[in-house]
Design a protein around this ligand. Sequence first.
Ligand SMILES: [Zn+2]
Length: 143
Amino acid sequence: MALKVTRREADYIKIVYEKSVEEQHKVTSGIIAKEVGVRTPTVIEVLWKLKKRKLVSIGKAGEITLTKRGLKLAEVIIRKHRILETYFVKELNLDLTFACKESSNVDYLLSSEVMDKLCSILGNPCNCPHGKPIPYKGKINEV
Ligand SMILES: [Zn+2]
């Protein structure tokens, strides 16, 4: 996907995906603020940018959900994050916390083409080292 986001936007999208889609929890700006360690007004500012780009919806009670477009972007970034993390842990023997941090520094920047190749070298794993599912397995382009 050619959609460009900033590091902060990618982080927020991943949090909304993990909390709302994977854990089925209600997500608010306060929850994101707590997760990333910034003040709520800062989170709201970024969320409005994401809303303007039609990546998230903000409900009346402040509930944040991903739009169809946002969901697809989240899956793409999460996929990259988890493939990289798998590589760092399996092949480089990095500690999982460190691997996760390093992945977040670059996951949103790398192309799907490179990540698909890395994924296939790793044997198209189903889960990341955290045990969470890697979206699309080896076939992202079919989506
Ligand atoms: Zn991680």
